[in-house]
Design a protein around this ligand. Structure first.
Ligand SMILES: [Zn+2]
Length: 177
């Protein structure tokens, strides 16, 4: 008589770990998706020198580290094995700087010296850090070079001595023949 409820109870116990596994996987998947997201590419020209621009990027992203220094509830559910809130993934001064803002995404800064002064900063970032990047750009000295010619592929104005279009990556050397 009481066999049926018992069997139900034990099957529930069997399913419980499975259920927990599913919940964990869903949590991890949503976290991964937030970090990947669609990639955004933006190129800034600045009157800063290569080194000045690099230093400004390091300084600004350090502010993100301070802002993001709060414990996350999600990391608690994942057994405390959370990725750090802020992490420098790659740094090749003064040309490359890549950071991860925990749970929000990654941002890569590629710096190129512009002949005649200044530098170009190519930023590639996931949509999760778009708000941070927008704020950064608004506070960064931006200067669009006055001299330019249209890219042979995408038509955007680029510096005459550029060998690669910073927007679409198309080689510009063929035109010089
Ligand atoms: Zn182009």
């Amino acid at each position: 008589m009481k066999v049926i409820p018992l069997a139900e109870y034990s099957s529930f116990l069997l399913f419980l770990p499975l259920l927990l596994c599913c919940v964990m996987m869903m949590l991890m998947q949503s976290r991964g998706a937030a970090q990947r997201g669609p990639q955004i590419t933006d190129v800034w020209f600045t009157p800063y020198t290569l080194q000045e621009a690099y230093d400004a990027i390091v300084k600004k992203t350090r502010e993100w580290e301070i802002q993001g220094a709060q414990p996350s509830t999600r990391s608690f559910f994942l057994g405390g094995k959370a990725s750090p809130k802020f992490e420098v993934l790659e740094s090749i001064p003064p040309r490359l700087y890549k950071v991860r803002v925990g749970g929000q995404g990654e941002a890569t800064f590629e710096l190129t010296e512009v002949k005649g002064g200044g530098a170009s900063v190519k930023t590639t970032y996931s949509s999760g850090v778009a708000a941070l990047m927008r704020n950064f750009k608004a506070n960064f000295p931006i200067q669009v070079p006055a001299v330019g010619k249209p890219c042979s592929s995408c038509g955007k104005p680029i510096m005459t001595d550029y060998q690669l279009c910073p927007y679409c990556g198309k080689s510009q050397t063929e035109a010089c023949g």
